[in-house]
Design a protein around this ligand. Structure first.
Ligand code: TXA
Ligand code: MG
Length: 343
């Protein structure tokens, strides 16, 4: 299969490109498209065979359910069976936007989408291309991140091509995704509502709308033996290189970097602070330092692109200076810990 790339304007996408993509989707094919978070791999959510194609292209286990993307920030009639009060309030405040709501499933949604479960994850993306594509297709779009299973999510069309080239029909290329990190997933069938995946909509933002929320805790999930959000496996969002997290100071970073260099590894870093540190004059070209923004939103927007670029440069080990342990940084912390998980 040849994968076509069509360049589109991120704010006013070309109607011809959209109608080509929409036609493919209506005939059961796969199209990657930009959202405000990361690129998604879309298929008609009401067509079981098309949805199976997503699992094949990604190498994703059939037990991991998909998010259904809708264009209207109102109760999705043919997707959810019920629309609890908490869902109404959260959608009114954050849709369109990077918030996914887990709702009771409508029977029209095939089991392939929900991995046979009684709930369906729904999101209304805030990107003109995603919005226009869903409207042009005339169907809700099941769309996971457009990467091979367990690998890094794509924030550029080039990343999608690297992982899925030859396996999907079309990529709509609208340049980099502004958010850079996947949506917050909230189970609104739980009381109080429960955060299954931290993301751009933080816990304090949710609590301002619905009061106290339960936070995802891997340990309690493991203890109960129940995978509440199957995508929350430890090993996820991983670059090829080994990722090492360092808490604290510049000296601790320097020590970790030097040990790896002494062991003969090519090393990349993601760190804060002074861009020029004399002790880092590494003559052999085996060290690539990336200085990250100190603002959590700006950091999230750059994170996957930085990791993709270190992978491209063939580093063996990525040493990451951990950001602060505050609610603003929870989503970035979560993705870094998953990138570093070895299991
Ligand atoms: O920002 C995003 O959410 C991106 C863009 C493309 O929209 N999509 C995305 O999809 O990150 P994916 O498939 O990579 O992650 C979906 C997450 C997984 O952790 C999955 O297990 C969880 O949502 N999920 C989906 N349906 C669920 C359900 N019914 N109950 C609980 N968790 C669900
Ligand atoms: Mg994903």
């Amino acid at each position: 299969m040849t994968t076509a790339i069509v360049l589109v304007d991120p704010t006013s996408p070309d109607p011809e490109a959209l109608s080509r993509a929409a036609k493919l989707l209506r005939t059961g094919r796969l199209v990657a498209f930009p959202t405000e978070t990361v690129y998604g791999l879309g298929a008609n959510a009401l067509d079981p065979q098309a949805v199976q194609g997503i699992f094949w292209a990604k190498g994703r286990p059939a037990s991991n359910p998909l998010i259904v993307h809708v264009a209207d920030a109102t109760p999705p009639g043919n997707v959810a069976a019920d629309w609890p009060e908490a869902a109404r309030r959260l959608a009114a405040r954050f849709w369109p936007g990077p918030l996914t709501l887990v709702l009771p499933k409508n029977p029209a949604v095939p089991d392939e989408v929900t991995a046979g479960g009684p709930t369906v994850a729904v999101r209304c993306p805030d990107h003109p291309v995603a919005q226009a594509l869903i409207r042009a297709a005339g169907v809700p779009l099941a769309a996971p991140s457009a990467n091979r299973s367990t690998q890094l999510s794509p924030t550029r069309a080039e990343h999608v091509l690297k992982g899925l080239g030859g396996r999907i029909d079309l990529i709509l290329d609208a340049g980099p995704c502004p958010g850079g990190i996947e949506s917050t997933v909230v189970d609104v069938t739980a009381d109080p509502v429960r955060v299954l995946r931290p993301g751009p909509i933080t816990v304090p933002m949710l609590e301002a709308v619905v009061g106290p929320v339960q936070e995802a805790s891997q340990s309690s999930d493991a203890a109960s033996g129940v995978a509440r959000s199957p995508g929350q496996m430890a090993k996820h969002y991983s670059p090829r290189a080994e990722v090492v997290l360092v808490a604290g100071s510049s000296p601790a970073m320097d020590d970790t970097v030097w040990l790896a260099l002494l062991a003969g590894q090519k090393v990349g870093t993601l760190e804060f602070g002074e861009p020029v540190r004399p002790s880092r004059n590494e003559p052999s070209g085996r060290l690539v330092c990336i200085w990250m923004p100190t603002n959590p939103r700006a950091y999230a927007a750059r994170l996957y692109d930085a990791l993709h670029s270190l992978d491209e440069q063939g580093v063996d080990r990525i040493v990451v200076e951990l950001p602060p342990d505050t609610p603003d940084w929870a989503a970035v912390q979560d993705r870094l810990r998953r990138a570093a998980a070895s299991g």
